[in-house]
Ligand binder design. Structure first.
Ligand SMILES: Cc1cc2nc3c(=O)[nH]c(=O)nc-3n(C[C@H](O)[C@H](O)[C@H](O)COP(=O)(O)OP(=O)(O)OC[C@H]3O[C@@H](n4cnc5c(N)ncnc54)[C@H](O)[C@@H]3O)c2cc1C
Length: 229
């Protein structure tokens, strides 16, 4: 984006505080600025979208705020690569195995540069809708769970690096009435001139769907602006 529209056109680390209707589109308020836009692609997670879009249409705010969000704690564990991480992507762990970790990804086998030479890093996911209490565990407790589970799953016990991140609103849950709610949301959004939606809550939470929603949003934005609107 910076290459295409110029460095000054891109503002990172600048949370949007509000989106307001304007005569010829929308006004985005961020970092003390009021930015006039013919088209706004709103690609923030549902709880934030609820706050930004609720004032434009209360029904949109309600639908977005009502999307359940699963909490997830992410524990990165690194160690000496002489310990055998099996080849592959990682593992998802069915709940009846009695293992608290939901899944583990062998990150350094997937992407270059994720661990120093001769080392590995695995990521463990703990929590989810069935185990929200996991978010209340201390760092030491989370680490203990992740380490014990890596030992059970992979036989790996020696780690020399650990890092913990907690996402309280990590993953939207696409519950049975979700498609109808999203249809309603889209119909409401279509009535707000210049507004386009994108994000993992629209058609699916996987990266492929999230990225796909970006392409669809880009088409929507292009159509709006190409039509001279
Ligand atoms: C722990 C975890 C593991 C996952 N693992 C996988 C996996 O292995 N495979 C897979 O396919 N999918 C996985 N997913 C799902 C997938 O990664 C996400 O669904 C997807 O990346 C979400 O994309 P998004 O663009 O909708 O949202 P995000 O990537 O969350 O983007 C939303 C953006 O909005 C920004 N933002 C928030 N508030 C504001 C504001 N006020 N103003 C401006 N910007 C704001 C945020 O900073 C963020 O950059 C995982 C998700 C999680 C949480």
């Amino acid at each position: 984006m910076a290459r295409r529209i110029g460095e000054t056109g891109v503002r990172t680390g600048t949370p949007v505080d509000a989106i307001e209707r304007a005569e010829n589109g929308l006004t985005v308020r961020a970092g003390g600025e009021a930015i006039a836009a013919r088209c706004v692609v709103c690609a923030v997670p549902p709880p934030v979208a609820a706050k930004l879009l609720g004032p434009l249409n209360a029904g949109m705010g309600d639908i977005l705020a009502g999307i359940p969000m699963a909490p997830v704690a992410v524990v990165h564990l690194g160690g000496d690569a002489t310990q055998n991480v099996p080849p592959g992507f990682g593992a998802l762990i069915p709940r009846h195995y009695g293992i608290r970790t939901l899944g583990t990804v062998f990150v350094s086998q997937l992407f270059p540069g994720r661990a120093p030479e001769g080392h590995f890093v695995n990521t463990a996911f703990i929590g989810g809708t069935l185990d929200p209490e996991a978010m209340k565990l201390s760092d030491d407790e989370l680490l203990a769970v992740a380490r014990a589970d890596q030992a059970k799953i992979l036989g790996i016990r020696d780690f020399d690096f650990a890092d913990i991140l907690r996402y309280t609103h990590a993953i939207p849950q696409l519950v049975p009435d979700h498609p109808e709610k999203i249809d309603d949301l889209r119909a409401r959004a279509a009535k707000i001139h210049g507004l386009v939606l994108a994000g993992n809550y629209l058609t699916g939470v996987g990266i492929d769907h999230a990225v796909g929603s970006g392409y669809t949003a880009a088409d929507g934005a292009f159509n709006l602006t190409a039509a001279g609107n």
